[in-house]
Design a protein around this ligand. Structure first.
Ligand SMILES: Cc1cc2nc3c(=O)[nH]c(=O)nc-3n(C[C@H](O)[C@H](O)[C@H](O)COP(=O)(O)OP(=O)(O)OC[C@H]3O[C@@H](n4cnc5c(N)ncnc54)[C@H](O)[C@@H]3O)c2cc1C
Length: 462
């Protein structure tokens, strides 16, 4: 065993389970952290991944309603000051433990910030065999919605998925797969942490990074709490990948006063209507989608899982959850994801604020009108149509590219990088994970050999 080059310190309970010096500390094991950790471990670097949550993947409750309560921030009852519900999984794999497994290309506008992601996204797509599900798995109700939209002139497309049916014991995917994938078809970022570990990385769960150590303008490690004890782990490179909320909090504690000023959530809302026919809630989520880039939103097929439906609709008033038993099986759902303006703040010690702007409300009104027209055309009873409250599943744009990190994702502190949804310069309004993986691959290439594909930033037109 090698001597410690950068000693670890854990005064109350002894040393961390790190047996040698660390080249790269990665904070968080979602798609950003997992990608950097895997690429760097494969390149022979000594990597430590520090994850606040636990690894619940093999627990019997994983993928159940109980599990979803256990591994989300405040048991999924986290609300912004304005009453927007935020779903924030905190466990190995980050939010890919509960995502819908949808993929989308990184937006072309990343090039305006000097960042070329296409080659990295292509590489990841090939590695993970990202592709739409075969059309017999799109679901009859979901297909009915896409057909109705086609009748209104909208060309819905099958959604590329992080799902490989060959990996599944028995493909068993309905809306409940958002609680966690039990059949094994859906890729989880924690698998890439496993791969990093297989290449020598150390993965520590239940450890909370609070701040970074900065010495002479360069990063020197991180500190935080491991169990009930403080710890300090040193390394010359630190990659924060704690997500759109975790990373700005760590930066705020480390002297970055501007981290967390303004944020995006891809504000999400479901429009529901009742129609006779197949049950959409038993179909895989989001198998078909449509993007309206002009008005700034995405539509897709989705109905909340059975037990979440009443919990979510209760905020609308008592008449909605009462429709649960009689209607859930006959509900058609169109999900709206809005390209929301940057607004509000994610600050330590203050309630999270995420107001929607007047422009957001205009976009939302346009999207709701469209969704209602599709539902009516698909045969939903017009009197049954209603919209759920707004929620956010993509907290992002809190440590923005071109603002707090440069095109290499480096902060003003040498060796301190951020690689997760917080570096988005604006809302994506589309699935985020492939973009985050591409950012991770690009950062790892930079850290290995400085071989990033950088393009000249174009002037940003607001
Ligand atoms: C229900 C749901 C469905 C979704 N569906 C899709 C989809 O179909 N397709 C898609 O592309 N995207 C989807 N998303 C969004 C996507 O999963 C997230 O945007 C993405 O996972 C964010 O990646 P990240 O690396 O930024 O952070 P995260 O995935 O949030 O990972 C951050 C990790 O850091 C850990 N952490 C936080 N703070 C600390 C700390 N202080 N110390 C140590 N560790 C810390 C957290 O526990 C977490 O594991 C969905 C999200 C949700 C919630």
């Amino acid at each position: 065993m090698r001597e410690y080059e950068y000693p670890t310190l854990n005064p109350e309970e002894g040393r961390l389970p790190v047996t040698e010096a660390v080249d790269v500390i990665v904070v968080g094991s979602g798609p950003g952290g997992a990608t950097v950790a895997r690429e760097m471990a494969r390149a022979g670097r000594r990597v430590a991944v520090l994850e606040r949550g636990r690894d619940h993947r093999h627990a019997p409750y994983y993928g159940t309603y109980l599990g979803a309560l256990m591994y989300t921030d405040r048991a999924s009852f986290r609300y912004t000051r304005e009453g927007v519900n935020i779903i924030r999984p905190l466990m190995a794999g980050g939010a890919t433990s509960m995502y819908c497994g949808c993929s989308a290309e990184p937006p072309a506008w990343f090039k305006d910030y000097g960042v070329e992601l296409e080659p990295y996204a292509r590489e990841a797509s090939q590695e993970l065999k990202i592709a739409p599900l075969p059309n017999e798995l799109w679901g009859a109700a979901s297909t009915r919605l896409a057909d109705a939209a086609a009748g209104l002139g909208m060309d819905w497309q099958p959604t590329p998925k992080f799902m490989d049916l060959a990996r599944a014991g028995r493909f068993n995917c309905g809306a409940h797969c958002m609680l966690g994938c039990r059949c094994g078809a859906k890729w989880n970022a924690a698998e890439w942490v496993d791969d990093a570990v297989a290449h020598g990385a150390t993965f520590i769960t239940d450890i909370r990074v609070e701040s970074v150590i900065i010495e002479g303008g360069a990063v020197a490690g991180v500190r935080g709490r491991y169990g009930r004890s403080p710890f300090e782990l040193r390394a010359p490179v630190v990659v924060l990948a704690a997500g759109g909320v975790g990373s700005p909090h760590i930066l705020q504690r480390s002297g970055f006063a501007d981290a967390g000023r303004g944020c995006a959530i891809d504000a999400t809302l479901m429009v529901y209507g009742v129609a006779d026919g197949p049950t959409q809630g038993h179909e895989p989520p989001m198998t078909l989608f449509y993007e309206d880039l002009e008005h700034g939103y995405m539509l897709s097929t989705l109905v909340d899982p059975w037990l979440m439906y009443p919990l979510i609709t209760v905020w609308k008033g008592p008449q909605y959850p009462l429709t649960w038993l009689s209607r859930w099986g006959r509900t058609l759902g169109v999900m709206i994801k809005l390209k929301d303006d940057l607004a509000g703040e994610v600050r330590l010690g203050r309630p999270w604020s995420k107001p929607l702007t007047a422009a957001d409300h205009r976009r939302l009104a346009h999207a709701e009108t469209t969704a209602r027209a599709i539902l009516r055309r698909a045969g939903a009873d017009p009197d049954s149509l209603f919209s759920t409250p707004i929620r956010g599943t993509h907290p992002s744009a809190t440590v923005r590219l071109g603002d707090l990190v440069d095109a290499d994702l480096q902060t003003r502190v040498q060796g301190l990088y951020v690689c997760d949804a917080s570096v988005f310069p604006q809302a994506l309004a589309r699935p985020t994970v492939l973009t985050i993986i591409a950012l991770g691959k690009r950062l790892a290439a930079h850290l290995r050999r400085g071989e990033t594909v950088t393009v000249e930033p174009a002037p940003i037109v607001s």
